[in-house]
Design a protein around this ligand. Sequence first.
Ligand code: UDX
Length: 442
Amino acid sequence: MIKIGMIGTGYVGLVTGVCLSDFGWNVTCADQNEAVITMLNEGRSTIYEPGLEDLLERNRYYKRISFTCDIDSVIKDSDVIFIAVGTPQQADGSADLSGVYETAVRIGQNMNGYKVIVNKSTVPVGTGQAVKAMIHRELLSRNLELEFDVVSNPEFLRQGSAIQDFTHADRVVIGAESHKAAELMKEVYRVLYLNETPFLTVNIETAELVKYASNAFLAAKISFVNELSELCEKTGANIQQVAKGMGMDGRIGSKFLHAGPGFGGSCFPKDTLALLKQGENNQCSLEIVRATIAANEKQKRRLAERIKDEVGSITGKCFCILGLSFKNNTDDMREAPSLSIMKELASEGAIFRVYDPKAMEKAAACFREHGMIIEKYCDSEYDAAEGADAVILFTEWNQFRSLDLNRMKTGMTGSFFFDFRNIYSDRMMTDMGFRYYSVGRG
Ligand code: UDX
């Protein structure tokens, strides 16, 4: 039975650890954050992710998953060690790898037999080799000649559907330098392998780049439609229908062509910037990646301007905010477009009544950090609409699709409705008496 160690219980580490334990493996997750480990040991998930807490409970019950702060013991006791620590963005846009490197040194200090060290964190190309060199150095200083392999195994999990994405992956990418390591990884993912999930075995550098290239490409698709949404507004075309027409071409595909307030989250903004930086560090300018980032910033700016143009003076105007998280089914506020657009309106004296089904707590912390004042954190959409001049819908939570819009309207003082996820129809909203604006629907 392969013993798996997971270093880092953030989003990626926790989801991967829980899912691998559900595949039947014995998984020990380690993190230096005691509060997080205590919570997980009590069976409480530290993040909101549909299905995660149930899986956690089931595998704790069968004693296939456990949590500890004792990282050194986990290294000693495991055959396969996943590094899933954070790689936060630095001021210059590059990824901060200190967590990955500290873990690598620690692995070298505690290694006691053949192990496969798997980089699960999203890391710039070349990091796998650096991890290998660090472990080598530690072993040398201990006068040990132990065999080990470093593998790059990027994750492609979307927040909000991470469990489904893990268990029904489009592909598993394994960057390995030995047949032995690649075979061991196939065994770890045996359940997916038996389900005929495609496996791509390549070298470490290629695997590292597949992750960045995929995320930057998806981000480019979104920026492309967001950019065209402006042209649609100016010409009377409809971006949803344009995207539909594009998506019918099998070479383009219909996914990730939804115009909106700009992409956010912990991956696309960070990974596009980090890829741009990797290009610079290797003397090649990645112009499409640069444009993707610029178009995303422009979309957020453009929509804030749009609100100002339509509403007129913002000072003292009350905004009902529907949805705060960067997308639906997550409580994550990282790089949420709501935050930058609201900040812009706040600088001109806007008042906010906010409602999000899951992200209220994280949003409150975010607003505090940015020195923003919120008039009321509301219990419902209707509470948020009370006395508002305008509604701004930032997140496509399903429950917003079945709102009692008459009730919303009755409570409001004004009638502006900015639907930045295009979930309503222009005709219906106008008929109801809203001054309705969506994205890219002329
Ligand atoms: C992403 C990748 O999809 C995943 O493979 C990777 O491993 C981690 O990063 P995630 O950030 O969780 O996942 O969310 P995703 O569903 O990809 O959405 C990212 C952003 O793009 C969100 O802000 C979303 O609202 C936006 N988006 C997505 C659009 O604006 N339009 C779309 O058509 C799709």
